[in-house]
Design a protein around this ligand. Structure first.
Ligand SMILES: [Zn+2]
Length: 160
């Protein structure tokens, strides 16, 4: 089972795609910086450090499922995966404000680069109902705030 899955993933990883095919951005959480086994994303954000894991033209394996898709269109093949590193303390998973801030900047840049509208920025949860990213699923208000921040102009002072 494991080896077969890996072969499928490798095939996906090598698939090149054009600009016009990139229509969604999917946000993930990486608990203590770790991605789920067998998954890949294009970017991982931790504080002010943004690490590119693979080229945007490559398809990452980050929002696929063998089960039911809850989003009609968003798939690995037409999306960019961005993971925010979270901190797990006492069973609670949270994003540091710094990480959220820099992830917003990255997502805004990707939205501009590919002409992706704000409504096409999704949580992994919105695609497959997997509880990911945990902080944005458990606290819907923080996801709303993240999205509002995408639409906003440059960084505004305050509201720490
Ligand atoms: Zn995810």
């Amino acid at each position: 089972m494991q080896s077969r899955q890996t072969a499928d993933e490798r095939k996906h990883l090598r698939t090149e795609r054009g600009r016009a095919q990139i229509r969604y951005i999917v946000i993930h959480g990486a608990a203590d910086g770790r991605l789920a086994a067998g998954t890949s994303v294009h970017y991982i954000v931790l504080g002010d450090r943004t690490q590119q894991q693979m080229r945007e033209q490559e398809t990452a394996w980050h929002c696929g499922t063998r089960g039911v898709y809850y989003h009609p269109y968003c798939r690995n093949g037409n999306s960019i995966g961005v993971a925010l590193c979270s901190r797990v303390r006492g069973g609670r998973e949270t994003f540091m404000p710094d990480t959220v801030y820099h992830a917003q900047a990255l997502v805004r840049m990707l939205m501009e680069r590919y002409g992706i509208p704000a409504e096409n920025v999704l949580r992994h949860y919105d695609v497959t109902h997997r509880t990911c990213p945990v902080p944005f699923v458990e606290h819907a208000a923080s996801w709303t705030a993240f999205c509002v921040g995408l639409a906003g102009t440059k960084a505004k002072a305050g509201s720490g």
